[in-house]
Design a protein around this ligand. Structure first.
Ligand SMILES: NC(=O)c1ccc[n+]([C@@H]2O[C@H](COP(=O)([O-])OP(=O)(O)OC[C@H]3O[C@@H](n4cnc5c(N)ncnc54)[C@H](O)[C@@H]3O)[C@@H](O)[C@H]2O)c1
Ligand SMILES: [Zn+2]
Length: 369
């Protein structure tokens, strides 16, 4: 892993986001906090697996350790009850208006900590330290923060971009095979939306990815996985997302491209009880096959998308869930305009259509393969 490959700066709404992605990234935290009071909301798995690294890095400019609230990771982290827990804790710490909330963890803990930062004293600065591939390429960047409400995903949230995103690739070494697969689903999604070179790089390493990720227990770490060029791939995917969000922070147009695979994916995530990335992979594969069948995406490109997802050990077909329930979930999705859901479909590798009208029956037929 190169020592320092990535320092990007984006303007998202009224926030400037510095994205640092190298193995010393977390050590820059103290300098970026300066003398402001700061607290950290930390994913329990990371607190346990990387205790020494966090102990060294989660400090203020005066060298004092940051107060820490440890929360269990996973989707359950994004509950209103947990949010209240964070607020109560912030109140006990008396975090002032010029304070900073630092989130350390996967996308779930970052969404929770980011929303707490967005709402605490009407908004304090947020810093994100993503520790999953999915959070490094997607959830940690772009300002969307949210919690779930019962079965509804992300209905309560705010745009509140982190001023600093600090990614330490070596922390990813403890991720399970399932988490790598999920992160790759979003990485491949980013490549399909806007980076032919990233797609080609991933494709060139597909045999290695297949060797490392397609087999073996889903809940286990993956030996030798850090030998792959993750830092470069993260850079490629972040470049796609960062460009889109900088153009369209509040998702009036181009940012909708990032929803590729998500309209069906969110419905599948709920109905089939899948992890977010697993559902996105199915949604992306179905969208690619549908676009090829309509003649709006070259068949060869659709096949390459599906093959790359499959090489990463991601499922690319599923039996269609009940139509009525799926239709209700799709209709309740945020991407509905004028009463009609709009879908994102690939036009080719590297470009998408963000405003497609799709018959749900056709999409469900494509899901089955
Ligand atoms: N805000 C956004 O723009 C955005 C974008 C994409 C996804 N998301 C959200 O992100 C969430 C999914 O994020 P995720 O895939 O990171 O899952 P996650 O946050 O649920 O983390 C997955 C698991 O990995 C553990 N973990 C985290 N870092 C680890 C490490 N370094 N080593 C070992 N285990 C570790 C966590 O404790 C958890 O059990 C969803 O809630 C989704 O809605 C948000
Ligand atoms: Zn996603």
């Amino acid at each position: 892993m190169p020592a320092s490959i990535l320092h990007r700066r984006y303007r998202f709404g009224d926030v400037t986001t510095d994205y640092l992605g190298d193995d010393g990234a977390l050590d820059r935290l103290a300098g970026r906090l300066g003398r402001r009071p700061a607290v950290a909301v930390v994913d329990r798995a990371v607190a346990r697996l990387h205790a020494a690294r966090l102990e060294a890095a989660l400090r203020g400019a005066d060298g004092a350790p940051l107060p820490r609230l440890v929360v269990a990771g996973g989707e359950a982290a994004k509950s209103v009850a947990n949010l209240e827990r964070v607020w109560v804790w912030l109140a006990a710490r008396r975090l002032p208006r010029d304070g900073v909330v630092v989130g350390v963890g996967g996308g779930a803990v970052l969404d929770l900590a980011g929303f707490a930062a967005a709402t605490w004293r009407r908004g304090v600065e947020f810093a994100a330290a993503p520790t999953t591939l999915l959070a490094a390429v997607d959830a940690g960047l772009g300002g969307k923060t949210a919690v779930d409400l019962g079965a509804l995903k992300n209905p309560v949230g705010a745009f509140h971009a982190a001023a600093n995103v600090l990614v330490e690739p070596s922390l990813l070494g403890t991720l399970s095979r399932r988490d790598w697969r999920c992160g790759l689903a979003e990485t491949i999604k980013a490549a399909v939306i806007g980076s032919v070179p990233l797609f080609r790089d991933l494709e060139a390493r597909a045999p290695d990815l297949a060797g490392l990720l397609a087999r073996g227990r889903a809940d286990r770490p993956v030996p030798d996985v850090l030998d792959l060029p993750w830092a470069a791939w993260i850079d490629g995917a972040v470049g796609v997302k960062g460009r889109l969000v900088a153009r369209d922070y509040r998702e009036a147009g181009p940012r909708r491209a990032l929803n590729l695979g998500h309209t069906l994916g969110h419905a599948l995530e709920i109905q089939l009880g899948l992890a977010h990335g697993e559902a996105v992979a199915l949604g992306l594969a179905a969208a690619a096959r549908l676009a090829a069948a309509r003649g709006t995406c070259p068949r060869r490109d659709a096949e390459r998308i599906v093959a790359l997802l499959a090489a990463c050990g991601l499922a690319v077909t599923a039996a269609a869930p009940p139509r009525r329930a799926t239709a209700a979930l799709v209709a309740g999705d945020k991407k509905v305009r004028g009463g009609e859901p709009r879908w994102v479909l690939p036009r080719r590798i590297g470009a998408v259509d963000v405003d497609a009208r799709v018959d749900l029956d056709d999409m469900l037929a494509s899901l089955a393969g």
